[in-house]
Design a protein around this ligand. Structure first.
Ligand SMILES: NC(=O)c1ccc[n+]([C@@H]2O[C@H](COP(=O)([O-])OP(=O)(O)OC[C@H]3O[C@@H](n4cnc5c(N)ncnc54)[C@H](OP(=O)(O)O)[C@@H]3O)[C@@H](O)[C@H]2O)c1
Length: 286
């Protein structure tokens, strides 16, 4: 069985490959990247993993990359709606042409019903896969603990934890746990047409900061503000307007429950409890 992992030089894809390599012969794994000559890609080659050029913007590269492949992991990319549709359509058409038997896609929590700002673009991409008729698995990943590393660094240097998310809960999850669960899906049979919600510990911003303080021994304080103040503070920090809008909408979405983790398949897929936030922070910065 040949498994193709796109985004193989990235955080999630790279970890998926690491976990797959613990389960399968490296000759069963194919790594996809736009740049097979990068340092990370060359290190995969050195481990005996075939690296193929695959650019979601270039359908021909994808057809070649997916040739002889049974399962493809499609990593979500950043962009606008137009590019999401174009890239996902390229990937799906190439998979159809190459006779791929399963597509696994990294999506967002409750993408089918959620009003969260990031959910809609994932639903569009899920639907492009569904309409292809190729058996699929959607792994709807909650919020990486790793997303907070930049803010954590600032807080450890004395800044408060500024939020307008109020008491909204987030199912923070360690990226490595998401990758391991996804590798388990790719390496096994029986997951066709499954949609998995993958989240971790369900915490408020204040709970998260308490865990951070526990791990670091610091006394980071939480500064609760409204959305307008949050935006103004980001503006003062010279963030680009587009980013300010997005980050503020994420805070609003969290406040409204968009990342609350009501159900998670992560423990079932891992066969163990996922790392809690404190354990994740310990691993990342402890
Ligand atoms: N749930 C969350 O909290 C959360 C947080 C961050 C991101 N995400 C989403 O999850 C995805 C994976 O996260 P990550 O941390 O692994 O991100 P990452 O480290 O930035 O990796 C993204 C990967 O996407 C690949 N890529 C980008 N554009 C591509 C294209 N046109 N064709 C082929 N590959 C392309 C890149 O591959 P090459 O450069 O090697 O070609 C890169 O390896 C992100 O892209 C984002 O959509 C989710």
């Amino acid at each position: 069985m040949k498994i193709f992992v796109s985004g193989a030089t990235g955080h999630l894809g790279g970890k998926i490959i690491e976990f797959l390599a613990q389960k399968l012969p490296t000759t069963d794994i194919i790594a996809g990247t736009r740049n097979p000559a990068s340092e990370k890609a060359l290190s995969l080659t050195a481990q005996g993993i075939e690296v193929r050029k695959a650019d979601f913007e270039d359908q021909a590269s994808l057809i070649e990359a997916f040739t002889g492949v049974d399962k493809v992991f499609i990593v979500s990319t950043f962009g606008d709606l137009e590019s999401y549709i174009r890239q996902q359509t390229n990937a799906v058409k190439a998979a159809q042409q190459a006779g791929v038997k399963q597509l696994v896609y990294s999506s967002a929590p409750r993408a089918d019903v959620s009003q969260f700002i990031l959910a809609g673009p994932h639903l569009v991409r899920e639907n492009i896969i569904k309409e292809s008729g190729i058996p699929y698995v959607f792994v709807r990943n909650n919020w990486y603990v790793e997303n907070e590393l930049g803010t954590i660094q600032q807080c450890l240097n004395g800044a408060p934890w500024v939020t307008s998310a109020g008491g909204g809960k987030v199912g923070w999850v360690l990226g490595a746990d998401l990758a391991e669960a996804t590798a388990n899906i790719l390496a096994a049979d029986g997951h066709d047409y499954k949609v998995y919600e993958l989240g971790g510990e369900n915490l408020t911003q204040a709970d998260f900061v308490a865990a951070l303080n526990e791990v670091t021994g610091k006394e980071v304080t939480v500064m609760n503000v409204d959305d307008a103040t949050y935006s103004a503070m980001l503006e003062q920090a010279n963030l680009p307007a587009e980013m300010i809008g997005m980050l503020t909408m994420i805070q609003q979405g969290i406040r409204e429950g968009g990342l609350e983790n009501n159900h998670s398949d992560l423990e079932m897929l891992l066969g163990r409890k996922p790392a809690g936030v404190q354990e994740a922070l310990q691993q990342l910065i402890g």
